[in-house]
Ligand binder design. Structure first.
Ligand code: UDP
Length: 255
């Protein structure tokens, strides 16, 4: 039985980082290429989902959803609940790679600008030298290219495909193609490859621990301010809709 906390209608699993790796392993072993869906909701996700019914409905159907941000922790706190642990996207990525290396699971990296998934592969292999990364492709695959990539993935039949195209694009992509993808699990990774490839630097550990990485990212990528302008609205919504139930879509009006 999954223990979940629902934040503005989006169900999120209450698990530790270690459990996230174990559950992913279990999903892979049970899947038989049925493309289980793993998502990592953060504050922006939840806000986008409350304006976009398609995205909202997709998030209801995850096989695992990890709590990715400080805002998600706050959402639980305002319901007098508590997540066991915050699981930043990159930490989850690395935990799954650790499990994959140990278990011999194969991995495909899809997303980011050309060169980024290849550089990600090169860098993660330094930490996990026996990991089987069987393929990579950038995340700009409109039209013909998309078909080719799906065919390549289906030939390789990896256990895990990491899809890093940003939200909600990656979740919609996984959902739309889940029936044809011959993979065990597909998971949305946002900007993780950009960090792993060294394109964007993560905040120093002390800042990460303080839960202030969002502020660090803002100083690095000022255009994020537009995306972050949803945060005050998020807090207000949390305040007024503390216990909104799973699966109930009540659109938030565009501000
Ligand atoms: N991206 C992609 N295909 C697209 C649009 C975006 O592969 O069509 C990539 C982009 O290069 C970047 C990532 O998706 O690496 C989005 O990162 P962002 O920081 O926006 O994601 P977040 O972690 O905030 O969800």
């Amino acid at each position: 039985m999954r223990e979940q906390i629902t934040i503005l209608g989006v169900p999120i699993d209450n698990i530790t980082l270690e459990e996230s790796g174990e559950i992913t392993k279990k999903l892979i072993l049970e899947s038989h290429k049925t493309c289980k869906m793993i998502f990592a909701p953060n504050t922006e996700f939840v806000m986008k989902a409350n304006k976009d019914k398609e995205f909202f409905d997709i998030l209801q159907q995850s096989d695992l959803s990890t709590p990715d941000s400080v805002g998600i922790m706050l959402g639980a706190k305002m319901q007098k609940k508590k997540f066991k642990q915050r699981i930043p996207g990159q930490a989850y990525f690395r935990e799954v790679l650790r499990v994959a290396e140990k278990e011999g699971f194969t991995v495909y990296l899809l997303g980011g600008m050309p060169g980024i998934p290849e550089k990600t592969k090169e860098n993660v292999l330094k930490s996990f030298p026996n990991l089987k990364i069987v393929g990579t492709h950038d995340g700009y695959i409109e039209g013909e290219k998309e078909r080719e990539v799906i065919e390549e993935i289906n030939q390789l039949q990896p256990n895990i495909v990491f899809v890093a195209m940003g939200a909600p694009k990656q979740e919609k992509w996984i959902y739309q193609h889940r029936k044809e993808l011959k993979v065990d699990v597909a998971t949305g990774q946002g900007g993780t490859f950009d960090y792993e490839a060294g394109r964007i630097k993560r905040a120093p550990k002390a800042i990460q621990k303080m839960g202030m990485e969002w502020l660090w990212r803002l100083t690095r990528e000022p255009k994020r301010i537009i995306r972050m302008s949803v945060l005050p609205v998020y807090v207000i919504k949390l305040f007024f809709k503390k216990d909104k139930t799973k699966g109930k879509f009540e659109p938030i009006k565009a501000e």
